[in-house]
Design a protein around this ligand. Structure first.
Ligand code: FAD
Length: 535
């Protein structure tokens, strides 16, 4: 045991992974530090070093519903963290104009039901109740259209069969993987900078050491492992495990350890974004309980409603438009509220590091991989990675099997999500300019091409989607396939001979339930106004 400058006892047990140095203090850095300290407490030493000179990416504000396991693991309830991060609820992603101008559909956080062993989507194709697949099959689509909160004013969750446990020190904490197959009814939107700030306090209160300084060099030892990182003002930081959270720079993983980067650009060409933070007056403007993705000439615009502002940005391919034109389009889309707001132009690195864990360095966040913001998977990648790093945490340098298993699970998640995103573009019916025409002829991953052929005959199910865990259940593929509308899909021939009365009754049950919930639930605005007033 040694004692550092801050007077804290530090473990230097040789051969044991005890000292973790996290380089980078964005969403990835602070989520990692807080999760590690929640998992291992004082049994490990965690240091976060972040630069005051190099900023964070400044975007990344919509999540997957699995994020609730992250907060649960940290033993934080919504009232602990949501107000501090200006957070709102997200029930779905709303896609506008992907099929044709004026059309919209939702990809909700709600499982697709089935009748007599056939998914409702199949029954719907056989005999559509209305032209809205999403509204006929999911309650959430109606709640989004009506801008409803998923909670009543007394805090009670809408009835989705979820029992919210009262937790104490001895309650087992949940993680994403054991909850596969269930679907919590919402995710969150939050201000990324406020979440990082909140998690900084959470982590440092629990013993994480925080250094604000530049890492100027990454020094390898004779075995090619990272021995220490050199900082400008705090000398060398030694560690057993280094977590590269330096964003697209990937200073440790790709630069120092020279791990190759596998680009996805041939299949996902959007490589740029311009973002704005637009003020919002919650008393006058609706807080839509969903992220909106509005198709544009050379990509799409995201709209993320937060308590006091909207996060918005145009994701585009530089092969089809310029940064100036993209910014102009975004400003026109937002209107006068964008007038005095400064734009943040971002160049995106699309793809993944071949391996995310090399020697004693793990890349988490943008250094590990990124597939463009459609469907908000960046924070999910981080959350999944930190759960995995805890599960595969090494005892020492010899644990290469743990490393290999970790790398396999990370690659599966990122490759699977890539397939899912490519489906949005291939499936989009619109083909009104070169950008959208090219989405139909561009290379797509071989395995996806084969799957799409299958889906034309049988809607996606567990047997035909990407076979490894990647956070997206078969129902998500059904939503995108039927929502984007460019790929002709037919119902199972067996349904022509089946009795459809139970399916018709199920569609009616969903309609009535949606009608009842829309009548009963407050809007998001009403819910958060009441919460903030202390009701
Ligand atoms: P960054 O935020 O870039 O942080 C890097 C950190 O490294 C900073 O603290 C910096 O100071 C530090 N650093 C760099 N160099 C040094 C150095 N030499 N010394 C010390 N420190 C250093 N994800 C979602 O889930 N939902 C979304 O809606 C979403 N939207 C996105 C939109 C866009 C346009 C983009 C590009 C990404 C989006 N993402 C989204 C992804 C999400 O933003 C990231 O996954 C998340 O912010 C994590 O970023 P990061 O922490 O890896 O990197």
């Amino acid at each position: 045991m040694t004692v550092d400058g801050a007077g804290k006892q530090r473990t230097n047990d040789p051969g044991k992974t005890k000292r973790v140095v996290v380089v980078g203090g964005g969403t990835a850095g602070w989520m990692t530090a807080s999760y590690l300290v929640a998992a291992f407490g004082e049994r490990i030493d965690v240091t976060v070093v972040e630069s005051a000179r190099v900023g964070t990416i400044g975007v990344g504000e919509a999540t997957f519903s699995d994020i609730r396991h992250f907060f649960e693991f940290l033993k934080l309830s919504e009232s602990d963290w949501m107000p501090a991060c200006n957070a709102t609820y997200k029930l779905a992603v709303r896609f506008e104009n992907w099929r044709e101008p004026g059309h919209h559909f939702y990809h909700p956080f709600e499982q697709l039901g089935s009748v007599d062993g056939f998914p409702l989507s199949d029954w719907w194709l056989r005999n559509p109740t209305t032209s809205r697949f999403d509204k006929d099959c999911f309650v959430m689509a109606s709640l989004c259209d009506a801008e409803r909160s998923p909670r009543y004013l007394d805090g009670k969750l809408i009835d989705q069969g979820f029992v919210e446990q009262q937790r104490d020190e001895t309650t087992a904490r949940s993680t994403i993987v054991e909850y596969q197959g269930t679907q919590f009814p919402y995710a969150y939107h939050f201000e990324a900078a406020l979440l990082a700030k909140f998690l900084t306090t959470y982590s440092t209160d629990r013993g994480v050491r925080h250094i604000v300084d530049d890492v100027t060099d990454v020094v390898l030892d004779e075995d090619g492992y990272i021995g220490h990182v050199q900082t400008a003002e705090h000398g060398r930081l030694e560690g057993d495990l280094f977590v590269d959270c330096t964003g697209f720079r990937a200073l440790l993983l790709n630069k120092a350890l020279e791990e190759p980067f596998v680009s996805y650009q041939d299949t996902l060409p959007n490589d740029s974004a311009v973002a704005l933070q637009v003020p919002l007056d919650m008393d006058r403007e609706p807080l839509r309980p969903c992220t909106t993705a509005t198709a544009q000439e050379a990509g799409w615009i995201w709209t993320i409603p937060l308590i006091s502002r909207i996060g918005t940005g145009y994701v585009y391919s530089a092969d089809y438009t310029t940064p100036e034109e993209a910014e102009r389009t975004l400003r026109e889309f937002v209107g006068p509220a964008a007038q005095d707001v400064e734009a943040n132009h971002i160049k995106m690195r699309i793809g993944r590091s071949r391996r995310s864990w090399v020697k004693n360095c793990v890349g988490i966040g943008l250094s590990s991989g990124f597939v463009e913001p459609l469907e908000s998977t960046g924070i999910f990648f981080i959350h999944h990675a930190i759960e995995q790093i805890v599960k595969y945490f090494p005892a020492g340098r010899d644990d290469h099997r743990l490393r290999d298993l970790y790398n396999e699970s990370i690659a599966h998640v990122q490759d699977g999500v890539r397939e899912f995103l490519v489906l949005h573009y291939v499936g989009a019916k619109r083909a009104d300019n070169q950008y959208w025409k090219d989405t139909k002829t561009r290379t797509i991953p071989d395995t996806l091409a084969e799957r799409i052929e299958n889906w034309k005959y049988k809607v996606p199910d567990a047997q035909t989607v990407f076979p490894h865990y990647h956070g997206l259940p078969p129902y998500s593929y059904n939503c995108i396939l039927l929502g984007t509308g460019g790929i002709e899909v037919r119902h199972s021939p067996a349904l022509d001979m089946a009795d459809d009365r139970a399916a018709i009754a199920e569609f009616e049950r969903i309609r009535l339930k949606a009608e009842k919930l829309v009548a009963e639930l407050p809007t998001q605005n009403e819910y958060f106004a009441a919460m903030r007033a202390g009701a």
